[in-house]
Structure formats: C-alpha cells, structure tokens
Design a protein around this ligand. Structure first.
Ligand code: 3HC
Length: 719
C-alpha cells in the first residue's frame, strides 16, 4: 500500500478463502491505509478465480475500533469509508467478519456490511459514537435496526455501551461464537456457506423496521431515554431522526443519505469537538509526563482497605469489580457488618436493575473478605486507607500498615485534602505512599485523583494509574497541594454562588441557570446534599469567624437547616424525597444578612451567574496549571466532567475557556472586578496566554514555575 497512508490490511489465502487482516496498532481504527487496503484487497479477492469466500479480521486485540477519531475535523487522505464498505457489501464472493476483539463504531458498521459475523467469546460490539458527539455514520443507524429491531438498536446507540459476544449473539448482531480457534471456525463456517446461491445482506432485511412503522412508542421511548440520560446533547436527537428514516423510508439508500446529512451536522457541531477533546484528554491524563512509558508495574494481586464506611466499601467494590481480591478492615465489628451489608445491597441493586447477573454478583462478593485484624493485611500488594479526615489518625494507620504489610506493598490514602507527604513521613517507605482520592459514591463516580507526594516513586505512580484504568476510572494526577485539583477549583465556584445569593439571586435561580448551562446539579442543591453543617461545625470548632460568603449558610444552620439530612436547607424536602422545593421562609434571612453587610440586593441575570461561577473555575484552573499541580489543562477538564457534573458536551471548563477565547474570558472577568478586585485578578498565566492569543495546554516546565511552587502545606485542611 502507499506509505503516507496510515495503517494497512494484510492479505493472505487459505485454500479457496482470502483472509484480509486489518493491521493498524494498537486498536485498528479505519485510518486511510486501512480504507485503501480494504478496497484494494476486496477487489483482488473478487478478481481471483481461485477464491470463493473472504474472511475479514483484525490483528492484535481489536477487530476494528471504528473510524480514526484523529481524522475528524481534518481533511482525510485516501478513499472514503463509504466507498470501501460498498465494495465489501457488493462483493461477488461471500464475506465473513471474524470478530477477534472490539468491533466498535465504524468497526461494527464494517461487520454489518459483511454477509456473516462470527465473534470469539471475548468479542465486544457496539456503536459508541454518541460518546463523541457523533452518530454511527457508516450505515449503522440503517443496518442495526434492520438486524435487531429499531427499539433495541436505539437503546444501544443512545447508551453507546457495547454488548458482550453472548448478548450480541442473543440479539442477533452476530451469527455465531467461536469457542476455539476463531480462524479455523470461521473457515469451516464460510465453507458451508460458499455453495449457497444467495448470501444475506443486512440492508435487505426489512421485516423488523416494517414492524415498527406506525408504532409511535419506539421513537417516543428513545426520546425519553435521551432526555433522561443525555441532557443537552445534540447527537441523540440526530440518531433518533436517522432511525425514524430507517423505519419510514422504503428506499434503504434514502435512509443512508439522511444518515450522511445528519452525521455532517454532528460533525460540524461544537459538541463533537468538545467530546473528542475529552476522549483524547482522558487518554492523555493517564500518562505522567516525566514517568517513562516502560516503567515496570508492581503486580497487584490483592488489596486491603482500612475503613468500612461509605468510601471504604465503595473502594473495595472497585477492586472486586476489577477482579482483585480485597480485604476490608474495620476495628469495630458492628461497623464492619454494616459496611458489608451496604456492599451486598449495592450489588443486589445492580442485579435487580439488570446491570449484573446473580453469578457475577456471587463472584465479586466472593472477592471481598471482611476482617477485624491488621495482621490479615500482611500479604496485600496495596492498602488503601479510607477513614475520616484526621491527620493524626491517618498517620497512626500508616505507621501500623508500614509495620504489618510486606515491604513491596503500596500504601495509599483516600484523603480529600490532607498532606500526603506528612502521611508518608510516618512510614519507612515514602516512595510507596500515594494519594488515591476517590469521589463519593466511589463505586459509581469515575474520577480518581492520584496524588503524587514528593517521594512517590515512578513505579508507585505508574502502578496506581494502571489500577485506576483497570477499575474503569478516569485517573488524573495531581501534585500534593492544597485542595488538589477538583476541590481547589470548586472553592471559587461555590464562593461565587454564595456571593450571588448575598447580592440578590435566589438558590433556585442560581441552580437553574447553571443546570441550563449543563451542570448536572446546581451549587445549592449540591450543598444541601453534602450538608451545610459540615463547614459550620468546622468553623465553630476552630473558633473561626464566618467569612462573608458563608454567612447565609451558617445562619441557616443556626435554624437547624442542614440540608437534605434535616429535610430543609436552602430548599425544603418532603419526607423520603430528594426533590428540592423552594423555601420562601429563607428569603427574610437572605435579605437580613445582605442588609447587615451593606449589600444591596439586585436583579441578577442568568448570564452573570454562569459567567461568575464558571470563570471562577477557569481562573483557579489557570493557577493550578501554572503551578504545575495539574500536568495539562485537559486534566482539569477530565476532573470536572467526571467528578463535578460539568457537561461533557462543553468539553470541561478549560476547553470552554479556550473556545470562548482567553481575551474574552479576561474581558468578562474585568466586568466583575469592581465587585471583588482580588478575586477577579486574572491568573498570570491566563493574562500571558490571552496576550499571546494562546490557549491553555500543557503545564509550564518545572524550571519555569519554581517560584510558584511554594505551597503552604501547613495551611492545608480537609476540603
Ligand atoms: N481512532 C483513533 N485512535 C484511537 C481510536 C480510534 N477509533 N480508538 C483508540 N484509539 C487510540 C487511543 O487514543 C490510544 O492512543 P494513545 O495510546 O496514543 O493514547 C490507543 O488507541 C489505545 O486506546 P485505549 O487506551 O483506549 O485502549 P484500550 O485498550 O483501553 O481501549 C478501545 C480500546 C475500547 C477500542 C477504546 O480505545 C475505544 O473505546 N476507542 C474508541 C471507540 C469508538 O468510539 N469508536 C467509534 C469511532 S467514531 C466512528 O466510528 C464513526 C463512524 O460511525 C463513521
């Protein structure tokens, strides 16, 4: 094949069968060379009289991972995908897709133009384009409904989650599973078909789409699913419109034409760029710039968790879900029993909701063992401490862990803000100490901040990042600095929300404005959920004067309005419900506190609310970047999307700022400087990049930021 093209297809023969093997490591996307290779070799096999059938497969662990995502937004080289797929679909000789691994997006669409599909029992098939702000644009929206029915196809395309081989077989996406050698089984299967006069084409299977014609429920259910699970996203509506065409158009090619039009609209939509930024951003975040790629990983065959509370239980579930046996320790027998009960209940809920089978539950429960004794942790490869935020207690636990565990074991703390170096100092193995800040509920939330202490070794960091990946987490490295990344940014955001409340906006207006921007939950609903009393009690304990921004929430606490836990906070809650109802009785308190502090309440626009809260994130993010606490701006986007409910389709706060233009960010901030000059002082990096018409990217090299690295660790407190 021509060399400038990316990826290739290998051609070989086995008797009367041609074997086309897609070879574009590591996951075989349909890059230019693959498209060209498919066209060339389908033609070659068709022109060779000795060939009677064709097998299409992938080299390595993937069949085909879809279109080459890096090509979107560029002008691609080589033939287009539609041309290559048309040649497969109209091959004179039958084509069988031998699915050796993941067949995603364009990969599954390639398999759908083949006459037959066989997978290994580890194969995975799916159309996850929606996660990239796209729709399956190579015929997937027209062929999958024909194969498995529009209703199932819509669910699969809107959720974007792939199917296992077993489920794919049950639903009819594949025709057979190979339990032994895929290639041997594929050859036997195809030989049996070679004599047939006709070989099925998915495009001709109209029965299931015709059944759905006139049934309004199919599309209505899909719309409801999209509204519930993909609020604010553009692509799901486009997918539904494509399937509507598959159902209602008699001519398959008209459906295909509509799919192309709607695909183009997705491609041009800014959401696509934002979501692809997150796809690559998540992969970039998993790499640590100064830790070599080939750093050996410490083998992790077992884990121990100290603390069986909500966090400890959730973390134990993560290990079990990743197939790693885990001991969960608590020194209080009742707590331990309760903790195990919660874990069991969480898994049961997954079984009840069809997210896990009873057998799978039995397997993961079998991997979790409760214990009351530290001695039982002696052989674990990693121990994660998950007790409440108290440095003395954590240091005590680390001292014990250091004594009881093998020398090679990694010791991790789930602290959300304490100094990892101070914790490491209580052990004789600071190189093996690291922070693993899971977010609550730890078994659900994808974010994992991996906190790098000054002595955390490369092996420790690389190993913990790889466990994070095994757990399916979005793992991001933070230096050991106050608030790490996420909570440090959050502080400015909630400060602005509280100030807006003092200046005249009501909680409901602030929450609604930010939720319509796309945040999954507004700040006051979030504060009610977490509990207003936490900060109030901490301030009382420290005998600290209430800062202006917290005066309203402290006044609510004085009236026992702690949030959801007392059924009243910024909102009122009916018994057993988490739905917030306005609390007009609070308005007198808001007014009184504004008056006491000489703040004139005024009408505030939704735009001002959004700008102040979101740009507070951006400005703090710029400081975090210039200090090197985060490695790159994209890491902060990953943090905010996976841990704080920032809308993925906006690409995260730093990407949002880049889209807005950094000069515009500064302009907007300067409008607020008369409210609080200090707060709205642009971070030096933000100013510098705005002057250079630049954008946020990588953190500056350490030598360029040495002066900024004077953390006041002594002032760190739990956030
Ligand atoms: N295009 C380009 N690069 C891709 C890619 C793709 N489709 N899929 C993965 N890669 C790259 C990753 O960026 C990564 O690069 P890096 O090593 O430089 O960071 C490398 O391949 C390995 O990827 P992962 O780290 O994600 O490997 P895993 O083994 O963990 O996961 C996977 C493999 C499940 C295939 C996962 O990569 C994945 O989900 N890929 C995306 C699948 C997808 O969304 N396909 C649809 C594409 S859009 C499409 O097909 C449009 C069509 O309808 C027209």
């Amino acid at each position: 094949m021509t060399n400038e093209l990316k990826g290739k297809v290998n051609y070989s023969t086995s008797g009367n069968i041609a074997i086309l093997e897609v070879d574009n490591p590591p996951v075989n996307p349909l890059s230019s060379g693959v498209r060209a290779g498919l066209s060339e070799y389908i033609t070659k096999a068709n022109e060779d009289d000795s060939i009677e059938g064709i097998i299409l497969t992938g080299a390595g662990r993937s069949f085909i991972a879809g279109a080459d995502i890096s090509e979107f937004g560029q002008t691609p080289d080589g033939p287009d995908l539609h041309t290559a797929l048309k040649e497969i679909e109209y091959s004179k000789k039958p084509v069988l897709a031998a699915i050796n691994g993941t067949a995603l997006g364009g990969g599954l669409e390639t398999a759908l133009v083949c006459n037959y599909r066989m997978g290994t029992n580890k194969a995975i098939v799916g159309l996850p384009e929606v996660n990239l702000g796209l729709l399956p644009g190579a015929g997937g929206t027209q062929r999958l409904p024909r194969l498995i029915g529009p209703s199932q196809a819509l669910k699969m395309m809107i959720a974007g989650t792939p199917l296992s081989a077993k489920k794919a077989l049950q639903q009819g996406v594949i025709d057979a599973i190979s339990e032994n050698s895929l290639m041997d089984d594929a050859i036997v299967f195809l030989q049996e078909k070679i004599g047939s006069e006709v070989h099925p084409k998915v495009r001709d299977k109209n029965e299931k789409v015709l059944e759905a014609r006139g049934d309004d429920n199919v599309l209505a259910e899909a719309k409801a699913l999209a509204a519930k699970t993909r609020r604010g996203q553009f692509a799901p509506g486009q997918i539904i419109a494509c399937v509507e065409a598959a159902i209602n158009e008699d001519d398959f090619d008209i459906g295909m034409k509509k799919e192309s039009e709607y695909f183009l609209e997705c491609l041009m939509n800014p959401q696509r760029e934002a979501m692809i930024h997150i796809f690559f951003g998540e992969r970039a975040a998993s790499k640590i710039s100064d830790v070599p790629k080939d750093t050996p990983l410490l083998p992790i065959g077992s884990a121990g968790i100290v603390g069986s509370g909500t966090m400890g239980g959730g973390i134990a579930m993560n290990f079990a879900n990743a197939g790693i046996p885990v001991l969960i320790l608590d020194q209080d027998e009742k707590n331990l029993e309760r903790g195990m009960g919660v874990i069991e209940k969480n898994y049961q809920m997954m079984v009840d909701r069809g997210r896990m089978s009873q057998e799978q539950k039995d397997v993961v429960m079998g991997l979790i063992t409760p214990t009351l004794s530290y001695e039982d942790l002696s052989n674990v490869d990693i121990a994660v401490e998950a007790v409440y935020e108290n440095l003395d207690l954590k240091q005590e636990i680390f001292k014990t862990l250091d004594t009881v565990t093998n020398d090679h074991a990694i010791l991790a703390s789930n602290t959300s803000g304490l100094d990892i170096d101070a914790i490491a100092a209580s052990t004789n193995r600071p190189g093996k100490v690291v922070g693993t800040h899971f977010f609550s509920p730890a078994n659900v939330m994808r974010l994992l901040e991996v906190v790098r202490g000054k002595d955390s070794s490369d092996e420790t960091m690389a190993t913990v990042m790889s466990i994070g990946k095994k757990m399916g987490k979005a793992a991001v490295v933070s230096l050991n600095a106050p608030g790490f990344i996420g909570n440090r940014m959050l502080a400015g955001y909630t400060h602005q929300a509280n100030m807006l409340l003092l200046e005249g906006a009501l909680p409901n207006q602030i929450d609604s404005a930010l939720e319509s921007f796309g945040m999954s939950m507004g700040p006051f609903r979030m504060l009610d959920l977490v509990g207003l009393d936490l900060g109030w009690r901490a301030r009382k304990l420290a005998d600290m004067e209430t800062p202006l921004a917290n005066k309203i929430s402290d006044a609510l606490c004085e009236q026992d309005r702690f949030g959801q836990k007392t059924s009243k906070g910024f909102y009122n809650y009916s018994e057993g419900s988490r739905a917030p109802n306005p609390a007009p009785e609070n308005e007198a308190i808001y007014k009184e506190i504004s008056d006491q502090n000489n703040i004139e309440r005024r009408e505030i626009s939704d735009q001002e609310i959004i700008d102040r809260c979101i740009l507070a994130l951006v400005n703090e993010g710029a400081r975090i970047l210039e200090e090197g606490v985060a490695q790159r701006s994209g890491d902060m986007d990953i943090v905010y999307i996976n841990g704080y409910g920032f809308p993925i389709w906006r690409g995260g706060p730093m990407f949002y700022a880049n889209q807005l233009g950094l000069s515009e960010v500064i302009n907007k901030m300067s409008n607020f400087s008369e409210l609080d000059k200090n707060f709205w002082e642009p971070a030096p990096l933000l100013k510098k990049l705005a002057d250079e018409s630049g954008a946020f990217g990588e953190a500056p090299a350490p030598e360029d930021r040495s002066e900024l690295l004077s953390f006041k660790m002594a002032n760190m407190g739990g956030v």
